[in-house]
Design a protein around this ligand. Structure first.
Ligand code: ZN
Length: 236
């Protein structure tokens, strides 16, 4: 059941023409290629537009260029561009696994957490790659966050959602048998807010359902820090 939920859900989402950082899974003929008996994904593609590099460079320059000397002159070095591309591709790989966007995710971390060097090292500045949280523009020089941690990475929500969707349940002979275990796993969201998610159909009904946001548990304060950076660093 869960494999059908995940894998049948994915092609519908992939079929929606949308702008997604100039890069998105390609549309398959008839929208999907999976085993109809099991829902197993047999094949999927990621279509890569050339100007994702310009977009990722611009995001990085504006959002965290004040923290990374590599981004303070053009062209940015290949090793940094490779990291930026890896981030965007990893998001798209998430779609091929059936994951929808989760724009709420970044709002489940506090401002203090996304400025905490140890926290972001372990947890990232957003709990999932499937948010549009981009780069950690909330971070300030005195936070001393490692450069590699300014970029979104696989987070605790990604690991948990992958577990829910794909971990074998020993002894379950049918999808009905799996339900009890799956529902138990889902209840972890009650005590762990960063495992919660929103979907596109929530249409903004959740105040945390923001795109292009980091630390939006307090969106005003987070934006204030970004504005401060822009004023001090980039506006003469
Ligand atoms: Zn996406």
């Amino acid at each position: 059941m869960r494999r059908k939920m995940i894998r049948n859900g994915a092609p519908k989402m992939l079929d929606i023409p949308s702008y997604d950082g100039c890069l998105r899974p390609s549309r398959m003929p008839r929208g999907r290629m999976h085993d109809p008996r099991t829902g197993e994904i047999l094949e999927s593609d990621i279509q890569f537009y050339h100007n994702i590099m310009n977009l990722a460079r611009d995001w990085y320059f504006v959002q965290v260029g004040h923290l990374d000397p590599r981004a303070q002159k053009l062209p940015i070095p290949d090793d940094l561009m490779g990291e930026l591309i890896r981030y965007v591709v990893a998001h798209e790989v998430g779609h091929t696994l059936g994951f929808q966007h989760n724009m709420k995710a970044s709002s489940t971390y506090s401002l203090d957490q996304v400025r905490n060097r140890d926290w972001v090292k372990k947890m990232g500045h957003t709990p999932t790659l499937m948010d549009y949280s981009r780069f950690n523009y909330v971070a300030q020089p005195e936070d001393k966050i490692d450069l590699e941690d300014l970029i979104p990475k696989i987070g605790p929500y990604d690991k948990w959602a992958t577990m829910w969707g794909y971990k074998p349940i020993q002894g379950a002979a049918s999808s009905e048998d799996e339900k009890k275990v799956l529902n138990g796993w889902a209840l972890e969201q009650d005590k762990t807010p960063h495992l919660r998610f929103s979907t596109a159909k929530s249409r903004g009904s959740d105040p945390g359902d923001n795109t292009e946001a980091v630390g939006d548990a307090d969106a005003v304060a987070a934006t204030g820090l970004e504005s401060k950076t822009l004023r001090e660093r980039w506006i003469c």
